[in-house]
Design a protein around this ligand. Structure first.
Ligand SMILES: NC(=O)c1ccc[n+]([C@@H]2O[C@H](COP(=O)([O-])OP(=O)(O)OC[C@H]3O[C@@H](n4cnc5c(N)ncnc54)[C@H](OP(=O)(O)O)[C@@H]3O)[C@@H](O)[C@H]2O)c1
Length: 228
């Protein structure tokens, strides 16, 4: 299937949480991790995140590092990757900073979500993509084919755990970058990298460790998802 190569990039507490139980914006990783995240964003044609992540943060990570932008220009890529919000409902507050950022914004949604944005689409979102299953869900295989057809070859998936679960369950994740941060959050309701129903032990997804780097107090893990 023609689809983008998908790399998950997340900061995780030492007890495996990506946020606290209130699902607020994390803020527990260092400047070094944020620079790492910016490098991953710069390497992508587009980034995708769930609407809850956008509602928690209010903005997307735009590229500011001039060297990374220069590198993109050398590769004939636009300065900023496309920022794609995944949402069933289309419910995104229109007064958040995201809509003031100088970034290309696309909406990936259902027909119900698309209807909310179609009127002022040109200002808010440059593209609205809404391939739908008969059950009214986003048709992800079709969505990924459409993105690929529009030139998205490398897609960085920046969370949260609910959206990652959807793509994980459909076997669309190729690589993971996890930054293990020196904090503990606890809480059974605090989100983890992959929510959803999970896999039975005999179906577990094997990974190949590509690299490990420790910088100061954080550990940067890079995995490839084994396709077997
Ligand atoms: N530590 C990190 O690196 C990191 C990274 C990202 C996020 N986070 C944190 O994670 C938390 C948010 O994660 P989360 O798991 O609660 O939510 P999420 O995955 O960011 O967003 C969930 C929302 O995404 C949409 N969505 C999810 N699956 C979908 C599907 N299959 N089809 C269509 N739309 C879908 C839905 O939007 P609608 O409700 O609009 O339909 C859903 O409510 C926040 O606290 C955020 O700060 C941490």
């Amino acid at each position: 299937m023609n689809r983008p190569h998908i790399t998950v990039v997340l900061a995780v507490s030492a007890d495996g949480k990506i946020a606290d139980t209130a699902r607020s914006a994390p803020g527990f990783s260092s400047k070094i991790d944020r620079a790492h995240l910016e490098r991953q964003v710069a390497a992508a044609d587009a980034v995708l995140f769930g609407a809850a992540t956008l509602r928690a943060h209010g903005s997307a990570m735009s590229l500011k590092n001039s060297e990374l932008i220069a590198l993109r220009r050398q590769k004939q890529k636009p300065d900023q990757p496309i920022q794609i919000v995944g949402t069933r409902s289309g419910t995104i507050p229109s007064d958040i900073r995201f809509f003031e950022q100088k970034i290309p914004r696309w909406l990936l949604t259902t027909s119900k979500g698309a209807a909310l944005w179609q009127t002022n689409a040109s200002e808010a979102f440059a593209e609205i993509i809404a391939p739908e299953t008969p059950e009214g869900e986003i048709d992800w295989p079709q969505a990924l084919r459409i993105l690929n057809g529009k030139g998205v070859e490398d897609l960085a998936l920046l969370g949260g755990g609910e959206l990652i679960a959807t793509l994980f369950e459909q076997h669309f994740i190729d690589e993971l970058w996890l930054t293990i941060c020196p904090v503990l959050l606890g809480g059974k309701d605090a989100p983890t990298p992959i929510e959803g129903i999970g896999l039975g032990g005999e179906q577990l997804q094997k990974l190949k460790l590509l690299s490990v780097e420790t910088i100061d107090q954080e550990v940067f893990l890079h995995y490839e998802v084994r396709q077997e």
